[in-house]
Design a protein around this ligand. Structure first.
Ligand SMILES: Cc1cc2nc3c(=O)[nH]c(=O)nc-3n(C[C@H](O)[C@H](O)[C@H](O)COP(=O)(O)OP(=O)(O)OC[C@H]3O[C@@H](n4cnc5c(N)ncnc54)[C@H](O)[C@@H]3O)c2cc1C
Ligand SMILES: NC(=O)c1ccc[n+]([C@@H]2O[C@H](COP(=O)([O-])OP(=O)(O)OC[C@H]3O[C@@H](n4cnc5c(N)ncnc54)[C@H](O)[C@@H]3O)[C@@H](O)[C@H]2O)c1
Length: 461
């Protein structure tokens, strides 16, 4: 396949993508020649346009919203001014961009002399052979860690209007007065909170209910809360869009229309394998567009090729990409002692307001799986710290197996959900019996985890 190709350089290892892929080469790899190929900004999605900058915006938004809601605590407070360019500069100029630049300089510099960096798009031209810009390089082993990109509905691309995604919305030069967000999942919910809390009028258009895959008891509350803050159009999609003096006017599939300053598209993400001529490398894809790997991260069709993270994983989350990276790194170093990709009890959190966090099965999934279940929904407002916060909407929902005492699912909607859930992640990871978890440890009084304690005590066996 590669016989008639002139290969400029051969490496022991090629890594495509510097998100989680960049964490593979540690000291154990110092005696290997390594090529890292990154066509975009060093550090990938999470660092540059994903998890980290969004949460830096969310923290500012949480502060602004807490100020807006301070009246319920008997305080009179107000956010007088949002210095949007200042927020953007704090996030990017003072933090993110420095980290990305430092990461690239480190890989290009004298500390990692065994590593060459290529900065052009990589595509396969043969078995474990890649073209990147003018170079053709080959490797004994290749790791595809090329991530994913935003999926844009055809009606929007065809309309020709200027739209934003997570890749540029956080670098807008000025805060918009109004924004249309298309999508009702993780990204839409986080940005809707950010913009609304900072004073932008938010319109959401979502084909499905907001957070469609969440447990139904949380889902109904999330959707009820959202309509109080945003103009929400669920069950709708975009039929057309036009640019005008006033901004962008989107026509919905029911004939309605919305005009706003800017348009943000957050309708899901596509793994990037489809842009890499994988077939020329003999690399199979799954029906839903991911690089096909076995439970150890090896390509199911191409010897010596591995994949990890969004490009191959069923879970598009950074902690999963990192965990898969650790498994693949171990497997490269210990071919006789392979570790499985850790895909059990994967938690996630959405940093909207109120926060959402979930691990394990929803009630419906637990019932469908045939478990004999016990369920408890505990309100934040029924524990002391919930009173302190005057919380009226937060809940914890726990689902356990009545026969075994094991936790099947934990779902939080409310302040600090992403932190509170960590105890339930531990319970599932270590397969603890919830009856003991409730009673055989101290719970600090009157701290917020008492909401979890009460939920556990409320499970009936
Ligand atoms: C707005 C947003 C917020 C998010 N927030 C969270 C969160 O709070 N928590 C969480 O767990 N997850 C979050 N995620 C998901 C998380 O960012 C991803 O799951 C994670 O970054 C995937 O890592 P990766 O290494 O697989 O891919 P990436 O980090 O995307 O890295 C892939 C790299 O490969 C490069 N590349 C792609 N194709 C090629 C090619 N052909 N040649 C050369 N280089 C190539 C890309 O430029 C990119 O730098 C968020 C995602 C988004 C978009
Ligand atoms: N905090 C986090 O962990 C975090 C944050 C952001 C993103 N992520 C990851 O990134 C992934 C992608 O996020 P996302 O929000 O883009 O996708 P998503 O899959 O979470 O949600 C997509 C939403 O877009 C809607 N939609 C799809 N096509 C549409 C159309 N044509 N018109 C109107 N609505 C449409 C869907 O109904 C759904 O509500 C997430 O699934 C998650 O894995 C994680």
């Amino acid at each position: 396949m590669t016989a008639d190709l002139k290969v400029d350089q051969h490496y022991d290892l090629i890594i495509i993508g510097t998100g989680s892929g960049n964490s593979i080469p540690g000291p154990e790899f110092d005696d290997l020649s390594i090529a890292i190929v990154e066509k975009g900004t060093f550090g990938g999605t999470c660092l540059n346009v994903g998890c980290i900058p969004t949460k830096m915006f969310v923290h500012a938004a949480d502060t602004a919203l807490a100020t807006r809601q301070a009246g319920r605590l008997g305080l009179s407070a107000q956010t007088y001014h949002v210095d949007w360019p200042g927020v953007v500069s704090r996030v990017f100029d003072q933090r993110i961009d420095l980290i990305a630049e430092g990461g690239e300089a480190y890989r290009r510099g004298p500390e990692t002399p065994n590593i060459d960096v290529y900065d052009q798009h990589a595509s396969f031209v043969g078995e474990r052979t890649i073209r990147t810009g003018e170079h053709v390089i080959s490797g004994d082993r290749v790791i595809i860690a090329a991530g994913s990109r935003p999926m844009i509905p055809e009606a929007i691309t065809e309309s020709g209007v200027h739209f934003h995604t997570n890749e540029d919305i956080m670098r807008l030069p000025q805060q918009p007065q109004s924004i249309i967000i298309v999508g009702g999942g993780f990204i839409a919910m986080e940005f809707a909170h950010v913009f609304d809390a900072l004073g932008t009028k938010v319109h959401i258009i979502s084909r499905s209910a907001l957070m469609r895959l969440i447990d139904a008891d949380l889902g109904s509350r999330i959707n009820d809360l959202a309509v109080k803050r945003y103009d929400v159009r669920v069950g709708r999609t975009v039929a057309d869009a036009v640019q005008s003096h006033d901004g962008i006017t989107v026509t919905l599939d029911d004939g309605g229309s919305i005009t706003a300053d800017v348009l943000l598209v957050a309708t899901g993400r596509i793994p990037n394998g489809d842009q890499m001529d994988l077939d020329r490398g003999g690399i199979e894809m799954t029906d839903d567009g991911r690089v096909s790997v076995d439970e150890y991260g090896r390509s199911t069709s191409a010897e010596g090729v591995w994949a990890l993270g969004d490009v191959s994983s069923p879970f598009m989350l950074k902690h999963v990409a990192n965990a898969e990276m650790r498994a693949v790194r171990h497997n490269l170093l210990h071919p006789d002692d392979l570790q499985k990709m850790p895909h059990e009890h994967i938690p996630s959190a959405v940093f909207t307001n109120p926060q959402i966090a979930t691990v394990g099965l929803t009630e419906r999934e637990a019932r469908t799986a045939g478990h004999n279940i016990t369920v408890k929904i505990q309100k934040y407002g029924d524990v002391a710290y919930g009173w302190a916060m005057e919380d009226t909407t937060g809940i914890v929902k726990l689902i356990a197996d009545k026969d075994t005492g094991k936790l099947l699912g934990a779902h939080y909607l409310g302040p600090q959900a992403s932190t509170l859930i960590q105890q339930m992640i531990t319970v599932m990871a270590f397969d603890l019996d919830v009856r003991e978890v409730a009673t055989k440890q101290y719970w600090i009084h009157p701290a917020l985890p008492e909401v979890t304690e009460n939920a556990l005590l409320g499970l009936e066996f």
